[in-house]
Design a protein around this ligand. Structure first.
Ligand code: HAM
Length: 416
């Protein structure tokens, strides 16, 4: 029996992959404009890195990590997200010494043992960006604006930005206590999960999908109403800077995020087009993470987008690649000529296809059509003798006799 892929792990096939390449190219271009450099970190790290950064009481660490013990008895995990690994590299390589402000981006596969459905997979891909070394709210506004800019450049105007502030170690503990007290008073209305994590992770009740929890927490206290004055000033400045550059956002005071490292500004880019998997990108500030991981006290902020989710919002048809030219050759001598002509053109940067098996004219034309070649050039014995051949533009049907030499063909098929 043939072997199938693992559940939740997908192939990205030609026809679809062009869309991914476009998303990646637009991301690289946007990151370049804002001064980011790429970093490539391992896809597997010590398990402890994720439990310490994402947090032991989160869904990711509690139930979703691909963790195992390797042959050297080391506890290792396939990365469920990118931030922890990038911060590990920043600390280990002391990147902050040569430049106190670092702007890094990454792209690649992440792994979470979740229940697969549309927009949610076990191997999925993120494109993420992280800025470390600046706590000024200008950076928050710039990172959010860059993310909006990315979606606009892709032609996606529907996803919208939601923001919140999760406070800091000064103001969050008191808020957590107040929320716990509120939840205890509504214990019987909460779902089993929220009841279980009331003590360890009470904030999750605010974004729980269960109807009972939604009703029970309708009047729950919100973190943004309990911020200390520094966090309040910071959040107000983020909003002012966003307004000053026309970046639109909505406040969502119930946004809590599923990872423990966040402080202050958090955000999600959400869409109504993907059912329950509404977050296309998400992130926030993590001012305590680098020191929690044993590094210096350096603040940070960043985000990651789910490439599968972005791809679902784009139409594949727009990104099909097609050859510039299909050479139709009839007879052995013409096939040899087609082969060398194609080689010359390809070396010069043209995308050229040809028939390899001496098929009939009709069959070769059909293939040219299927591949959506922009031009076809037909070579037979007569054309070889005369040194002239018909070049046809497929969309208009216009046909011209042209000289059968590389430079002429190249100048005509690339002149568009
Ligand atoms: P996250 O919210 O866990 O944050 O994931 C970010 C994005 O990855 C989500 O908004 C979603 O688009 C995508 N995503 C997550 N899980 C899946 C899945 N199972 N299948 C498909 N797509 C998925 C983080 O990972 C943080 N590291 C973001 C960050 C960077 N915060 C600061 N810097």
């Amino acid at each position: 029996m043939a072997i199938s892929a693992i559940k939740g792990f997908n192939d990205i096939l030609p026809g679809e992959v062009e869309k991914w390449q476009h998303i990646e190219a637009v991301a690289r271009e946007v990151f370049r404009c804002y001064g980011f450099s790429e970093i490539r970190v391992p896809i597997m790290e010590k398990t402890e890195l994720f439990s310490r950064s994402i947090g032991d009481a989160t869904d990711i660490v509690e139930k979703e990590m691909y963790s195992f013990i390797d042959k050297g008895e080391n506890k290792v995990t396939l990365r469920p997200e990118g931030t922890a690994g990038v911060m590990r590299a920043l600390i280990e390589q002391k990147l902050y010494v040569s430049d106190p402000v670092s702007k890094l981006y990454y792209m690649g596969p992440m792994f979470r043992y979740e229940r697969p459905q549309k927009g949610r997979y076990r191997q999925f891909h993120q494109i993420g960006a992280e800025v470390t070394g600046v706590s000024d709210p200008k950076v928050d506004a710039q990172v959010l604006t860059m993310l909006c800019n990315f979606f606009q450049r892709l032609g996606l105007h529907e996803p919208s930005m939601e923001i919140n502030s999760l406070g800091c170690p000064e103001c969050r503990p008191a808020y957590r206590e107040a929320l716990k007290q509120f939840l205890r008073n509504h214990l019987s209305e909460l779902c089993e999960d929220c009841r279980r994590r009331l003590e360890t992770n009470p904030l999750r009740a605010l974004d729980c999908k269960s109807e009972g929890c939604k009703v029970a927490t309708k009047d729950a206290p919100a973190m943004i109403d309990a911020l200390c004055s520094e966090c309040d000033t910071h959040f107000a400045a983020v909003k002012d800077y966003l307004a000053s550059v026309g970046t639109e956002y909505r406040i969502n005071s119930r946004m809590v995020r599923g990872l423990d490292y966040y402080t202050r500004t958090t955000f999600e880019v959400v869409t109504g087009l993907l059912g329950s998997q509404s977050a296309v990108a998400a992130g926030g500030r993590y001012d305590g993470l680098i020191s929690d991981l044993g590094g210096p006290a350096i603040p940070g902020i960043g985000f990651a987008m789910g490439v599968e989710r972005v791809a679902l919002l784009l139409d594949s048809a727009e990104f099909k690649t097609a050859p510039d030219l299909f050479i139709v050759a009839l007879g052995e001598a013409a096939q040899k000529k087609a082969f060398t002509l194609a080689a010359d053109l390809q070396r010069s940067g043209a995308a050229v296809e040809l028939d390899y098996e001496g098929k009939s004219m009709k069959s070769q034309m059909r293939r040219a059509d299927k591949l959506a070649a922009t031009f076809t050039l037909i070579i037979g014995e007569t054309e070889l003798t005369s040194g002239k051949a018909p070049l046809k533009e497929m969309s208009s049907g216009l046909q011209n006799e042209i000289n059968l030499d590389t430079d002429t063909v190249l100048s005509l098929i690339k002149r568009r």
